[in-house]
Design a protein around this ligand. Structure first.
Ligand code: HEC
Length: 110
């Protein structure tokens, strides 16, 4: 049977892709998100108080948005009351990278 090695290879590829994406997400967070959200996600930054960044380490706050909503806001940008809160990251990150970033954000909750 030729299919078994194929399945094994596919499973191995899938298993190694996820940790790679999450390590990349941690780096992307530090490079692109920390300025507003802080490295730990608590949002104690100067710009955060100006923009109304909320505490992503707060599990209760994390429950107020879905993965899909966060993905969408990251991809297309977040505008509230006519003010740009987050610029769109669609050109900077692929969909997979954005999903990994949302997964990363979920790990910040305490
Ligand atoms: C220019 C500052 C700024 C940067 C940079 C920024 N954010 Fe945000 N982010 C905000 C603000 C402000 C809010 C809260 C908006 C609100 O609810 O009023 C927010 C909200 C969020 C939320 C909550 C869900 C939602 O969509 O409201 C998530 C998740 C998030 N940011 C993730 C990220 C990630 C991941 C990055 C980096 C790729 C990032 N942010 C970069 C300012 C920023």
């Amino acid at each position: 049977m030729k299919t078994i090695p194929l399945i094994a290879t596919a499973a191995l590829l899938l298993a190694t892709a996820a940790p790679r994406l999450s390590a990349a997400a941690a780096e992307s967070w530090a490079a692109s998100c920390k300025s507003c959200h802080g490295l730990d996600g608590a949002g104690h930054t100067k710009i955060a108080s100006r923009l109304g960044v909320k505490d992503l380490t707060d599990a209760a706050y994390q429950k107020t948005f879905t993965d899909d909503a966060a993905f969408n806001d990251l991809k297309n940008g977040l505008v509230k009351d006519g003010k740009t809160k987050m610029k769109p990251f669609a050109e900077k990150f692929s969909d997979d990278e954005l999903k990994a970033l949302v997964t990363y954000v979920r790990t910040l909750a305490k």
